[in-house]
Design a protein around this ligand. Structure first.
Ligand code: PDD
Length: 284
């Protein structure tokens, strides 16, 4: 039997049902996190919980449990499901209430749910790199909130999928923002650049790990907006996310990045990232 968390209780996954008037279902009124599990241990769990609290606070959802309590529940969930390699998906919605746009009364309890899924590391992509497309960023102006509303992201990813690509790189006019479910980095003359963490992108946990790894290993790095022209002229391009780790990008809209193979800085960061995972979670 597989378990899930439904409002603080560990329940049989098959019986974890939510009300059709849950505001998450009706309005997408909630926020979420995806956390990697390696060797049965959460990677950067603390950082994910912090972002979960921040996203919730940003939309005025008062989490029904503290970060420590939620962490305890997630650890129990992983153990009960005997999850070794995979993800935890967790979300909180504003709860169940009659459909009125404005927030419901204070006495409506936010609904917290979580489940796990086995998920291998994307080894082929990590080794050879992936293809991407470019697409205009049509999302709202609070992309820093990890909102359940993902239509812009979904439409971008679908466009990529229809062209046999792994990811869609979004841009607002000339400025590159982020992938549909990842952060984007370029490398030029040995310098790593990625969009600053503002309202136009999600402050990725993996991105932050990479920034720290760069600093600790004397790899020049800057958080700064870069343009489509700079993307096209980059020596190396890669993306980062909880599920994709440090993933080389070898094609942009059918055009090769550099010589079309993952570059040395990307390779180095992949190595450093794996070492960091092994440091926190044990040998992969
Ligand atoms: N996506 N940007 C967007 C829009 C994302 O959805 C994600 C993560 C990231 C990378 O963030 P992190 O490194 O914290 O995973 C950036 C998750 C994994 C998802 O929705 O599946």
């Amino acid at each position: 039997m597989t378990f899930a968390i439904l409002n603080g209780d560990l329940v049989n996954r098959a019986e974890a049902k939510v009300d059709i008037e849950d505001r998450g279902y009706v309005f997408g009124d909630g926020v979420y996190e995806v956390i990697r599990v390696y060797n049965g241990k959460m990677f950067t769990g603390k950082e994910h919980l912090e972002r979960f609290e921040r996203s919730s606070a940003n939309i005025g959802i008062h989490l029904p449990y503290g970060a420590e309590q939620i962490t305890g529940m997630l650890e129990e969930l992983v153990e009960k499901n005997n999850l070794q390699l995979g993800i935890i998906y967790m979300q909180v919605t504003r709860g169940v209430a009659p459909r009125v746009h404005a927030f419901p009364d204070q006495n409506v309890t936010p609904a917290l749910t979580a489940f796990t899924r086995e998920m291998p590391r994307p080894l082929a992509g990590l080794a050879n790199g992936v293809k991407t497309i470019l697409t205009e960023d049509i999302r709202w102006l609070r992309c820093d909130i990890k909102s359940l509303n993902l239509l812009g992201n979904i439409l971008a990813k679908q466009k990529a999928a229809e062209q046999g690509c792994y990811e869609a790189i979004q841009h607002r006019g000339q400025d590159v923002t982020e992938g549909s479910s990842s952060n984007i980095f370029i490398v030029k003359n040995g310098i790593v650049t990625t969009h600053q963490s503002d309202n136009l992108i999600l402050k990725g946990i993996t991105k932050d790990v990479i920034l720290q790894l760069c600093s600790a290993n004397n790899i020049p790095v800057e958080e700064q907006t870069f343009t489509l022209d700079e993307l096209a002229a980059a020596d190396e391009v890669f993306l980062s996310s909880t599920t994709s780790e440090v993933m080389p990008i070898v094609k942009l809209d059918g055009k090769k990045v550099g010589n079309g193979a993952p570059g040395p800085v990307t390779r180095k960061l992949q190595e450093l990232f794996v070492a960091e995972v092994e440091n926190q979670c044990g040998t992969l």
